[in-house]
Design a protein around this ligand. Structure first.
Ligand code: AMP
Ligand code: MG
Length: 494
């Protein structure tokens, strides 16, 4: 019988013609092949009047996807392309510190996976495509504003060089969604290395489903950490590897003033990508206590709390792996605790390496951390704009906030081997001129939602694709918000 599998049957291939030989999206769905306890088959709910807003053609090509196949009907899930096995993934998670044993994809549907041009497996997922068995009270839908915000901010993050999920398409559904107000509905097609989260591990650990956890560990190592295949203690090696990627990721966020806003364990990706752009925002004025999310009353996910929270989330991951770390539970806990306690040192290394580059250093001295901290303290004192200050310094300017700090910096630069030109080149390559400024993001969303004008979205996206180069005519995008701009607040109502 095996010989008659389709891939062995040349007659079938010919008979089925070009669509089978060259599918529009060459799906290969490894997660859907995992046991049924890990996901639920579910199709997108059709919508009445799909309209495309944007197709990310360069990303489509990177994925080996034919852009011509990315029609409005495909973008909203009205039409499934051959090879798709749509599923909702199960996961749990700690939300603001409270454990919820079942969350899952409540308004996202994984269409399938492709292996991209570089041999990397990537998920293609619809977000906002209707209810699933995990929707609970939710409508399974997304509103246009948050879809455009996620498209723009995730693509900006990618252009900044920070690991992130990507945006392949955005489309409106022609239907309304009901939040605090009535809003146009939309669907985002999201691409990720995978959508496996700390919360995915928690889902099975909470159910004491050892077999599912074992399969998940193997799947994740195969997919994200193939260099760990065959090591003596895969679970421990995996914990170390995820810690490393999270340390690197969060330090990258902090280096560009990014505040994720809702670092629940279900929004913490095992692959080390930034995922779930809900109430995220970039800090303007430097203040480590900055919080934008309207529901983050106690500042759990404030700018400077992101590293400790990443550590907290990793401790939750470690708990799910205990029985794989050692047969003796006490010993397993000892090993896990030791690892998790090592996180601050790993993070600090990444942070220091990043901020050294931001102030133009390639050499290393013991006093560098203090020098950087003194700069940040000076900025905090006068609420200097984070992005603007570093960019001004990169361009040879002298930000007013740093007048008292500059002599110490110059003294340190004298012991660094680079020429002025080399240093400026380095600094300009890590200190962006353009970030998605909150007041600009809001104006872009207002134009699209209130007047169906997506020109600001297109224009802003264009500028943000090249964040490290000043662009003629784009000066306004580099500017901090004006004095009379109201304090910025973000909402979870995605
Ligand atoms: P989030 O805060 O977006 O990370 O989502 C947390 C949980 O709520 C996840 O299980 C989501 O799938 C679910 N969820 C969020 N919004 C909706 C919605 N509109 N309909 C159904 N489920 C939702
Ligand atoms: Mg989420």
């Amino acid at each position: 019988m095996l010989l008659w599998r389709r891939d062995f049957c040349s007659f079938c291939t010919i008979f089925r013609g070009m669509t089978e030989a060259h599918p529009a999206i060459p799906f290969d769905n490894s997660y859907a092949r995992l046991p049924g306890s890990m996901h639920v088959g579910v199709s997108p709910t059709p919508v009445s009047a799909p309209r495309l807003i944007k197709v990310n053609e360069p990303l489509a090509r990177e994925l080996g996807v034919n852009p011509a196949a990315l029609t409005p009907e495909v973008a909203v899930g009205n039409q499934l392309l051959p090879g798709s096995t749509p599923i909702a993934q199960a996961y749990a998670g700690h939300q603001f510190g409270n454990f919820v044993p079942q969350l899952g994809d409540g308004r996202a549907i994984l269409l399938g996976e492709v292996v991209d041009r570089d041999g990397r497996r990537r998920d293609i997922q619809l977000k906002g495509s209707g209810r699933t068995p995990f929707s609970r009270g939710g409508d399974g839908r997304a509103a246009l504003g948050p879809v455009l915000r996620e498209y723009l901010v995730s693509e900006a993050m990618n252009a900044l060089g920070i690991p992130t999920t990507r945006a392949l398409m955005a489309a409106t559904t022609g239907e309304r969604v009901y939040r605090d107000e009535v809003l146009p509905g939309a669907v985002l097609t999201r691409v990720a290395a995978s959508h496996i989260r700390v919360g995915t591990f928690q889902f099975f650990a909470a159910r004491k489903d050892h077999e599912a956890l074992r399969l998940l560990i193997d799947h994740v190592i195969d997919r994200h950490y193939p260099e760990l295949k065959g090591v003596e203690n895969p679970a421990l090696a995996l914990l170390d590897a995820v810690m490393e990627r999270q340390a690197s990721l969060v330090s990258r966020w902090v280096q560009v003033g990014f505040i994720h806003g809702v670092m629940n364990t279900d929004n913490s990706s095992i692959s080390g990508e930034t995922i779930d752009y809900g109430p995220c925002a970039f800090m303007d004025a430097y203040d480590p206590g900055t919080v934008f999310s309207s529901i983050d009353t106690y500042g759990r996910y404030a700018y400077a709390n992101q590293a400790p929270i990443a550590q907290w989330n990793l401790a939750r991951l470690a708990e799910t792996l205990l029985s794989f770390l050692n047969e003796n539970r006490e010993e397993a806990i000892r090993i896990a605790t030791e690892r998790i306690e090592g996180f601050p040192a790993i993070y600090t290394q990444h942070w220091l390496a990043g901020f050294r580059r931001k102030i133009g250093l390639v050499s290393e001295e013991d006093g560098d951390l203090d020098l950087i901290q003194a700069m940040l303290d000076a900025m905090q004192l006068v609420r200097a704009d984070f992005t603007f200050t570093f960019r001004t310094l990169s361009n040879g300017g002298e930000p007013e906030a740093l007048t008292d700090w500059l002599p110490a910096w110059r003294e340190r630069l004298a012991r660094d081997p680079q020429t002025v030109a080399e240093r400026q080149r380095l600094m300009r390559s890590v200190n962006p001129a353009y970030i998605p400024r909150n007041h600009r993001v809001e104006a872009m969303i207002r134009a699209a939602v209130e007047t169906q004008n997506t020109a600001p979205f297109e224009e802003m996206l264009q500028v943000l694709m090249n964040p490290y180069e000043e662009q003629a005519g784009a000066e306004a995008y580099a500017e901090p918000p004006g004095e009379n701009e109201p304090p910025y607040r973000t909402f979870c109502g995605t």
